[in-house]
Design a protein around this ligand. Structure first.
Ligand code: DNO
Length: 357
């Protein structure tokens, strides 16, 4: 396991590489080329520049989150092969530059969805939160405005203004797409990219849908054990793998997280580990990472990763906003640093406990 933090690049992040390097146990960052649009080919020069910048700060570039998948691929449009060719070119360039982990998602229109970005908790911290009632009351086209007001002047991945300007058009594109078609389009995409992943040893790691159910009537497929195991079998190649995100799969309380980790043994290449606090099954907020602050048993999650031989990067995920920090909601320094330290501590205890037995 390698502990990492997500970093948005010097142009977009309030957190610096120098700060990240000072978090005990954190040796790498997960990042992306934030200036690119889905469908564009990433050049080797740009990839190398990013890598050099990270390495000059004494950190590893441990993986990319995300190389986003163009909607033409997700909807299986007539021009999808051209976009898949571009994706393959990007993977090849990443491979040539020595990068072996790519996180992506296959969510239609909206990436992760929250209804509040600054819900106040009892201790005065603020957190991202979700209530189904708020989603049900909202016109999807207004979703962006409702999110944008709370972004603290930052641009949040998945909620880029260029993308949100096209919401109407995007909904139109997905009109005929149901879960089965989306699944078939995902399999088609994976089958086409596997040869380049095999050649360059690139682990593809699909991020689950967040929340793990359909929003605004859109299809959502990466939501539970059965579906993700089905995907692993449909394209049965180790390079077709998973980003295990406890906070996303965990939105559905029916998902047993340690059990899912065990069912995905050997296919989890990347883990996002965070906790949620539920008020009702469809009203939850993102708590501190610490088990007792939320609903999940973080020890059991880390132990399942350890026991299944997980060796990839882990990152703490969305943190609370604490100590007066102003940053991208969920992506400040302080609470993610606390989360990373806590997870590193759990891991040390698990490893030593196992070694002494
Ligand atoms: C939210 C993130 C997601 C994730 C993408 C992966 O904070 O977990 O935006 O990065 O869905 O492609």
């Amino acid at each position: 396991m390698e502990m990492t933090l997500r970093w948005y690049g010097s142009k977009f992040d309030t957190v610096t590489l120098e700060q990240i390097r000072q978090i005990p146990g954190v040796t790498g960052v997960i990042t992306t080329l934030y200036d690119t649009q889905p469908g564009e080919v990433w050049t080797r020069e740009n990839i190398r520049a990013l890598k050099n910048e990270v390495e000059a700060a004494g950190l590893n570039l441990s993986g990319i989150e995300s190389v986003n998948v163009h909607d033409a691929i997700k909807t299986g449009a007539a021009d999808r092969d051209m976009y898949i060719d571009n994706y393959i070119e990007t993977l090849k360039n990443l491979g040539e530059e020595g990068i072996h982990l790519v996180c992506y998602n296959f969510m239609p229109v909206f990436d992760w969805t929250r209804t509040e970005l600054a819900r106040k908790r009892e201790d005065g911290s603020t957190v991202l939160a979700y209530t189904q009632d708020a989603v049900d009351a909202l016109d999807p086209e207004k979703m962006f405005e409702s999110i944008a007001g709370d972004m603290n002047g930052t641009i949040m991945p998945g909620w880029e203004p260029e993308r949100m300007e096209r919401v109407k058009e995007l909904f139109e594109m997905y009109k005929e797409i149901d879960d089965e078609k989306l699944f078939a389009n995902l399999v088609y995409f994976l089958e086409r990219i596997m040869p380049v992943c095999d050649e360059y040893d690139i682990n593809m790691a699909i991020h689950p849908d967040d929340p793990a159910w359909s929003v605004f009537g859109l299809p959502r497929i990466i939501i539970n054990k059965d579906n993700i195991v089905r995907l692993m079998k449909a394209v049965d190649n180790r390079h077709n793998g998973v980003t295990f995100c406890s906070g996303s799969y965990g939105t559905n309380l029916k998902n047993n997280l340690p059990e899912m980790i065990r069912a995905l043994e050997g296919r989890i290449h990347f883990a996002h580990v965070r906790n949620l606090k539920f008020h009702t099954p469809t009203n939850f907020e993102e708590s501190a990472h610490y088990s007792a602050d939320g609903t999940f048993d973080m020890y059991e999650i880390m132990k399942a990763l350890y026991e299944t031989g997980f060796t990839g990067p882990i990152r703490p995920d969305h943190g609370r906003m604490i100590w007066g920090e102003v940053a991208m909601p969920g992506y400040g320094l302080y609470d993610r640093a606390l989360g990373a330290s806590y997870l590193v501590g759990l891991w040390e205890a698990i490893v030593k406990g196992a070694e002494r037995r």
